[in-house]
Ligand binder design. Structure first.
Ligand code: XMP
Length: 510
């Protein structure tokens, strides 16, 4: 059993970052909403309170019940947490007179404090708050200040309770990880045993125990998550894992064949099902993005169900759900992206399949999935693949989808993506792809007037897809790619480059 750290979430945009930093220290942790904490907390070695968009002075501000935590295990309160401990325990929190957002420099007053060991004097910290702690709570000792914030850190005498106004989880706090390590390892004594190797060992034995000799079915997508889930399960139960890889006809050029080959090479028990025609039929004449997603989702369920029924006595359905999906579905604030587009990982397949669910990656962040994949010996190229949406090229063909449009887009996309690889740009970009626009434009080729399709290229930097910046790809690369596309792809006479960030745009156009 891994030693566990509890992160109580008050709805801050940075809560997931706290968990990621803790995991980077090879320490396991879980995020729970403040209003629905775990019933049994005896397994937790320390607690971290997150920030929050609320002011402690607001009537509807989060009021966590800390009676089982405070004074009973080491506690680190961040931002809102620090204000909460002050406001309700003898201190005073008021609206700040000066704006306290962005970089500041921390001056440590009590240098014998373990919390600040190995942290440079005047190191940079990241502030993001509009309230400020005017007076410390009862029995508190000030530990650090910045120019604008007198009470930037404090601890409570006689308890292992610490509070900091700045955000150690944000990269801009240069010694933030050190501070978290000081708190978790030196103060709370948590062991740093959460490694990919330990995860694989633990998960394989848990899977063996849970599944026994039963059969499991899993839908492979060609993406990192489903592949790592499959390899883990394969390690645990071998041929009793039945993988199904569906070609929805909306994948990248040659992807179905090459990925299927790779899976077979890895020893997976995988069946490739070419259902392109079924998907294209279902999509005929449909232009509205959400309607397309629904058609594709339903077609997938039908195909998958047909295939799953051909396996005798299957008991489990495996899914590649990862931790951010889980957190979002239970978060204190309900998850910000829930209604923007109907991404469909959590919830998964309908009840009628009546299978038990197994989700071996449920506790991992994306970067951890990649590390586990590497530990399992999965090919680097596969682990480094850009994210690709489930509905595939259908949501990059604006308007209705036809076989001819898919062909055009596959050609364009292949030139773009192969070019990125040749120019060593692929790994520098978080996600890239091409979009087929529903407009024709006039061009001239040789002496002839053309009236053909326009494609857009998109390449973004991001860490989790929630926000993204467009990438300023080198001029020469764009020039060569544009030429190659227009010369080689029949039906396209114009290429544009998307220079919109998310927000306000999204990564996909639909
Ligand atoms: P947006 O367009 O919302 O995309 O900025 C964020 C990330 O999600 C992917 N995406 C999807 N993935 N089904 C998926 O599995 C979908 O319907 C879907 N829509 C967007 C997108 O590619 C990006 O990585």
């Amino acid at each position: 059993m891994q030693q566990n750290v509890l992160i109580l979430d008050f709805g801050s945009q940075y809560t997931q970052l706290i968990a990621r930093r803790v995991r980077e220290l090879n320490i396991y942790c879980e995020i729970h909403p403040y209003n629905n904490p775990p019933k049994d907390i005896s397994g937790f070695k320390a607690t971290i309170l997150s920030g929050s968009p609320f002011s402690v002075r607001a009537e509807d501000a989060p009021h966590p019940d800390l009676s089982e935590i405070r004074g009973k295990m080491p506690l680190l309160a961040v931002c809102y947490g620090a204000q909460y401990l002050a406001h309700f325990h003898g201190g005073k929190v008021e609206a700040s007179e000066t704006r306290e957002y962005g970089r500041a420099n921390l001056s440590v007053i009590k240098d014998a404090e373990v919390l600040f060991e190995d942290i440079t004097e005047n190191s940079q910290v990241w502030m993001s708050h509009s309230d400020t702690i005017k007076e410390l709570p009862t029995n508190a000792v000030r530990l650090a200040s910045t120019t604008d914030v007198l009470n930037a850190a404090y601890r409570i005498d006689g308890e292992e309770t610490f509070a900091i106004q700045f955000h150690p989880e944000v990269y801009h706090t240069s010694d933030g990880k050190q501070l978290l390590e000081n708190f978790l390892v030196k103060i709370a004594g948590v062991k740093q045993t959460w490694t990919p190797e330990a995860f694989v060992d633990m998960t394989v034995s848990e899977l063996k125990e849970k599944i026994g000799d039963d059969k499991v079915v899993l839908g492979l997508s060609g993406g990192v998550d489903s592949t790592v889930a499959a390899v883990l399960l394969h390690k645990a139960i071998g041929k009793n894992l039945y993988c199904i890889f569906v070609n929805n006809g909306l994948l990248r050029k040659n992807e179905f064949e090459s990925v299927l080959d790779q899976y077979k090479h890895m020893g997976l028990n995988v069946k490739g099902v070419d259902a392109s025609a079924r998907f294209l039929d279902a999509l005929a004449g449909i232009s509205e993005p959400e309607a397309k997603r629904k058609k594709i989702g339903n077609a997938f369920i039908e195909v998958f169900d047909d295939e799953a029924h051909q396996i005798q006595d299957v008991k489990f359905l495996a899914q590649g759900t990862i931790y951010p999906d889980v957190i979002e579905s239970v978060s204190a604030t309900g998850g910000p992206s829930a209604t923007i587009k109907s991404h469909h990982n959590v919830g998964g397949l309908p009840d009628f399949m009546k299978l038990k669910i197994v989700e071996p990656l449920r506790s991992l962040f994306k970067d951890e999935v990649r590390r586990v994949g590497a530990e399992l010996g999965i090919d680097k190229e596969l682990l480094g693949r850009h994210p690709f949406p489930g509905p595939g090229l259908a949501i990059r063909i604006l308007g209705d989808v036809t076989a001819e449009k898919v062909r055009i887009l596959q050609e364009v996309d292949a030139i773009f993506i192969n070019g990125l690889k040749e120019w060593m740009l692929y790994d520098k970009v978080w996600q890239a792809g091409a979009i087929l626009l529903p407009v024709n434009s006039v061009g001239v080729m040789g002496d002839e007037r053309t009236y053909e399709k326009v494609v857009a290229l998109r390449a973004v930097e991001s860490t989790d897809g929630m926000t993204a910046d467009w990438v300023p790809l080198p001029h020469e690369f764009l020039q060569k790619t544009s030429n190659a596309i227009i010369n080689r792809v029949k039906g396209v006479n114009r290429v544009v480059y998307d220079i919109s960030s998310k927000p306000p745009a999204t990564i996909e156009w639909e």
